[in-house]
Design a protein around this ligand. Sequence first.
Ligand code: GDP
Length: 535
Amino acid sequence: MSAELAEQVRRRRTFAIISHPDAGKTTLTEKLLLFSGAIQIAGSVKARKASRHATSDWMEIEKQRGISVASSVMQMEYRDCTINLLDTPGHQDFSEDTYRVLTAVDAALMVIDAANGVEPQTRRLLQVCRARNTPILTFINKMDREVQEPLALMDEIERELGMTVVPFTWPVGMGKVFGGVLDLRKDQMRVFSPGEDRVAGTEEIVQGLGNPALAERFGMAYEQAAGEIELVREAAPEFDHAEFLAGHQTPMFFGSAVNNFGVQEVLDALVDLAPAPGPRAALQRTVEPDETKFSGVVFKIQANMDPAHRDRIAFLRVASGKFSRGMTMKVVRSGKTLRPNTVVTFMSQKRELLDEAYAGDIIGIPNHGVLQLGDTLTEGEALQYTGLPFFAPELFRSVEVADPLKTKQLRAGLTQLGEEGAIQVFRPMMGSVLLLGAVGQLQFEVVAHRLEHEYGVKARIMPARFNVARWVTCETGEGAAADEKELKRFIDGNSHRMALDAVDAPTLLLEYAGELRAIQENWPKIKFHALREHA
Ligand code: GDP
């Protein structure tokens, strides 16, 4: 442990924005970057969204469906903090990728469209955060529109998400008569004025929540807000930082992202309330973020992210120590060493070469298949971080090439897409046809599209008879040799429905969920897993 490391850890915040598509995630991301000074011109994140469409073929799918299938990382400096913002794909078919991204953050910012309230995708993502006790801040967006009453929204969030909501601000009016927000902690009102390009510190502020000038100026809207605040103060508990950190309480803010309103409070709250990187669990031990030795875990792999580079980038979250350019790292799973000299960071719009990184930072390591999802990298210690989820797929297809001469390209493409986690690829123990497994139908379409455009393979994706997958392990209680023997007996006895996944983990494939019970009864020492947690 060193004082410098501890200080670097203290000043880091790593978070993701979660929301249902169209709630305003892209807009808010852009405003956050704008406030932190990471970008100068409004519109550049949107522009990036657009140019990605223009330059990347497979993003055509995204364009067609108006969804975000890629996620990325942005780093910004704000006050004395380095903030890492991880983008999450919005469409539910990509939730697997999103789950893994959420393992790499220390807090989440939930954006809710005030007209729509809690929407399905928000609910789903929140479940993942809740399972991990990730602290959540809530931003209620689009107050410049005719939306739901704030009390109703607050009630809905509490009910739907099972958390206590503590308002930090409260809106005065909405839509055409949206007057601004009352800041319950600073005892002041910030007056709303529409406008895209307003910068920080230019808002009109009226001191004193009970200031008679407010009643005079905002009339009914103010009276109503003041009444609601009374109610809320009686019913809602005080903000409790420990409860927030445990994921039981969420501070709530109101605003309008497109008008730059309420955004800075959220950024300040992230710095003031969200936790710095903490200890992380490995199979062997718990690792502190300010230990001197570097370690990190790969939570995302993306191929051909930038068509100009045609490379594959492994996204690694630094868990401890300091990463410096040119250092040698060990891939614990394979024992291989890696000395990348082009590690990149993600400063807002463009990739930049990285000199150093600390716990909480995300670094991108270009590689050619050396790194897989869930890999732990260290300076030499045998550590394996846990908690990166792979879910048993629920949809299956078989895949063949139209042109048999392209079989090799198909395998290469699928191996890469499998390593990226875009799809799960299974090699059945009998037969030569590969099986694809997904949690969402759209994944198959994206894979077919990417195979064609990135690997030059026209694939035939056809129905498969399987509907259930379970990873199998064995626990005889009689030692490793006995476990291995029993597992082999199981695999041999079921070879017609066994396959190996991307990391050669044996997987049982079934047509009906009902079959599983009978198999379990016959093989009491075999364990069947719907979730695999590390490479
Ligand atoms: P995303 O899909 O969650 O990334 O949502 P976007 O940021 O792309 O926003 C979806 C739409 O809502 C866009 O047309 C935005 O201009 C609009 N929008 C975002 N914030 C606000 C807001 O505060 N008020 C209003 N009226 N519209 C907004």
